[in-house]
Design a protein around this ligand. Sequence first.
Ligand code: S3P
Length: 442
Amino acid sequence: MADWKIRRAPAIKSEITVPGDKSISHRAVMLAAMSNGPCVIRGFLTSEDCLCTVSAMRALGIEIETPEPTTLIVHGRKGQFTAPTRDIDCGNSGTTMRLMAGLLAGQPFRSRLVGDASLSKRPMRRVIEPLTQMGARITAEGKDGRPPLLIEGSKLNPIQYVSPVASAQVKSAVLLAGMFAQGKTSVTEPSQSRDHTERMLEYFLVRPQINELTVSIHGGQIPESREFDVPGDISSAAFWLVAAAAHPRSRLLVKNVGLNQTRSGIIKVLLRMGAHVKEVVEVDQAEPMGSIDITGTRMKGTRIEGSEIPNVIDELPILAVAGALAQGKTIIADARELRVKETDRIAAIATNLRAMGAQVLETEDGMEITGGLPLHGARVDSFGDHRIAMAFAIAGLFAEGETTITNTECVSTSYPDFDKQLELVMKESRQPQTPVISHVPH
Ligand code: S3P
């Protein structure tokens, strides 16, 4: 157990890079493992979530070397996996469990996916339904479709699935299963979710067909082994973007960050809130990557709702903090999904913002924040959720007095060195003289 104590900090002036993209890192290992030979993956995110996917692939007989900390060499075996000899532990990672369920549905063996206390409370019916329709037998051992999942793989039939949720995890699970089905599998989503799986399939020379909100794949294709560079994670950059955007004298350049338009909605939201933001795409391999240059301002409130929600779903905790720092109302609606993330993020954000002096009205699918009230330091919990811990560390930079964030170890699921980077950014900005973060191990 470790706590962070955060103190108010003035402006940020810094150039940073952020660790590799979490969603892309998971997919890169999985597709490389399904490919026909060795694949070098550079810039891999070595966070607990992504390392769960690495262990899962190893448990299925895939050899993975790590010549450098963020470089992997994955030896693809043309979609031939061996039966795991024990449970596959997905830790805290919903992406590992849901995507692995898709991959395992078509294997000629049994497997069992387990997770930590938080993952064991998350809904899995959304992947069990379509995979069962394809012919897999999946038993959710928890209540109401919750993990662990016992998967008895079998020969799969292709389906045309219309998903009730805009979820990249559901879409990806169906597409990965579709790789092992005979014929054409399609998945249609209600609005666009992140398209990393489709891009990665294309990059590995497996041709998905994309028609507006429908993605289809012909089963039986083997991905070509290739090298791949993972861009920086815009969802990790989000914390720094808001820290800079909310302070009129801040200037921040984030380099080598992913700029995929199905993920970069935070830039549009911050522009609407009045921040000065410039993005430049520098490389477009499978994923666009470049820099974001941001200058802070006194921000104003905005509405975040509808089809914009899936694009910024992981950024909503830090955007809610931005709302509390902006003048006027910020309304987040149509975001019921937040209730089934690593914690109930609507409740967690509302509780913590209120503890720091903000005015928040919690709704069933979002919240209304009346921004501009001064924040004060408080003792707030992460609720075991990495993005809540980091969002409130940033809130603490704007609060009078000292903010304590409890249970911060969860941050290693996506951003193991966030606290070190916070110290570094503040040192680079040469202010304040006293450290803004200190650690209190228990
Ligand atoms: C992810 C998709 C999103 C996101 C999660 C990662 C992915 O979840 O919140 O952090 O890598 O596909 P949903 O698909 O449940 O919306």
